[in-house]
Ligand binder design. Structure first.
Ligand code: C2O
Ligand code: CU
Length: 455
């Protein structure tokens, strides 16, 4: 498709030309005239980027930008990606949350790493609407931290009607005063995942997010940070959570905080006040995910600037989106997955699954087409965001308490709180070797990863 929705906002009024948006994501250049195909070049390469007022940082990027480019597509479209690795080390591209053939999933179980200078063609059909992302599946603790993450927005046929929509990519980077990335990890980062000293919204430090007074606004939020959880609030503004990773909730929820763990997405709608003094705050409030992380003070993620010049007077009502999933049946748990931490004989922190470290975790074997119930037990003193490749799962129960019908949703990443157990169900209907792991990148690289073999 050559004609693409531009920038990150699709429902902007056409009457007045809005000023350039510093938070706009750069769209990929679609080279294919077929409207049902999105075909583009994607290059992983070094670039320079200025974060705030510190000296320029040497970063790793897709097509030169942080975050990487935005892929906008419609459900059913085919994606063709001509990928080139211009990094000084091997990489792959993993398409987080997308249901695709295993050979296209970008994991080392299914693909050999693309060497420096190497190329690879990824091609698959986008079966589901939602907000997805792509990132390397090699040395993720380093490669994602250095900037390799891009966004895929797949529109469904019945998207909720709102006045404004924006993609919010949350990240943080840990930078030294000279702008460089530290080459070692301190013990806290090894334990909790690297948390940055610079918060980013769409790659921008100290960001200001513009909103229109009175507008019913949909923010599609994605957290690409290595380890930071964002416990988001906009003080004084009720948030209406309509969806998450792979779809909409049965019943939208009215909340004042949305917890977005690494790799999760949340679809949040709110009404911008018509007359609130011009400015709101997007704030990250304390959340205890282990080791007294909840004792830290709140942090401003971004200012939210209300544009009162052209208030929306006839705002769209809060949407009740259409949910497309069918509830999968409960059943016996055949393979418990126990997440834990351990110390190696040499004193290193290890992150384990069933007391083993990847690749020594025995694979879970599943017949193609089978529906399986997995129990994920977190035996450690910290939360782990559990991610399954290739398939959505539904959360059947948490600590024995069944999920209510309104909370049922398709997820690919979920927080398993410390000392808690989640019961998940998925239909494994695509053959191949699929990864599951904690999405704190220091944890997956530290061993908390396993494979599911569907055959
Ligand atoms: Cu974002 Cu293996 O995943
Ligand atoms: Cu973890």
């Amino acid at each position: 498709a050559l004609v693409m929705a531009c920038g990150s906002s699709s429902s902007e009024p056409t009457s007045s030309a809005p000023p350039p948006d510093p938070l706009a994501l750069t769209p990929v250049v679609d080279e294919n005239p077929d409207p049902r195909i999105v075909e583009f070049r994607l290059e992983a390469r070094e670039a320079e980027k200025q974060f705030g007022s510190i000296p320029v940082t040497r970063v790793w990027t897709y097509n030169g930008t942080i975050p990487g480019p935005l892929v906008d597509a419609n459900v059913g479209d085919r994606l063709i990606v001509h990928f080139k690795n211009s990094l000084p080390e091997p990489t792959t591209v993993h398409w987080h949350g997308i249901r695709l053939p295993a050979a296209m999933d970008g994991t080392l179980a299914m693909q050999s790493p693309i060497p420096p200078g190497g190329e690879f063609r990824y091609e698959f059909v986008l079966k589901d609407a939602g907000l997805f992302w792509f990132h390397p599946h090699v040395r993720t603790d380093v490669q994602i931290e250095k900037g390799l993450a891009g966004v895929i927005r797949v529109r469904g046929t019945d998207e909720p009607v709102v006045d404004d929509e924006r993609i919010i990519v949350l990240d943080d980077v840990r930078l030294k005063d000279d702008g460089s990335f530290p080459t070692y990890l301190d013990d806290t980062s090894k334990m909790m995942g690297r948390e940055g000293n610079t918060l980013l919204v769409n790659g921008v430090a100290n960001a200001t997010i513009p909103v229109r007074a009175g507008a019913t606004t949909r923010w599609r939020i994605l957290n690409v940070a290595n380890g930071r959880f964002f416990n988001l609030t906009i003080p004084g503004v009720p948030l209406w959570v309509i969806g998450t990773d792979g779809g909409f909730y049965g019943e939208p929820r009215d909340v004042d905080h949305v917890l977005v763990a690494p790799a999760e997405r949340y679809d949040v709608v709110f009404q911008v006040p018509a007359n609130a003094g011009g400015e709101l705050e997007l704030r990250n409030d304390p959340y205890e995910r282990g080791h007294e992380s909840g004792l830290r003070p709140p942090m401003t993620v971004a200012k939210v600037q209300i544009d009162t010049a052209a208030p929306v007077t006839n705002a769209a009502p809060l949407p009740r989106p259409v949910q497309h999933i069918t509830r999968l049946p409960d059943g016996p748990v055949d393979t418990p997955i126990v997440l834990n931490e351990a110390t190696s004989p040499s004193g290193e922190i290890l992150f384990t699954i069933n007391d083993a470290v990847y690749p020594n975790v025995p694979p879970i074997m599943v017949d193609n087409g089978a529906i399986r119930v997995l129990e994920v037990k977190n035996a450690s003193e910290m939360d782990h965001p559990f991610h399954l490749h290739g398939f959505f799962f539904q959360i059947l129960a948490k600590d024995g308490v069944p999920t209510s019908a309104g909370d049922l949703v398709d997820k690919d990443t979920v927080v398993v709180p410390m000392m808690s157990t989640l019961k998940l169900v998925a239909r494994f209907d695509e053959p191949g070797m699929w990864m599951y792991h904690c999405h704190i990148n220091e944890h997956s690289e530290g061993g908390m990863m396993g494979e599911i073999h569907v055959e």
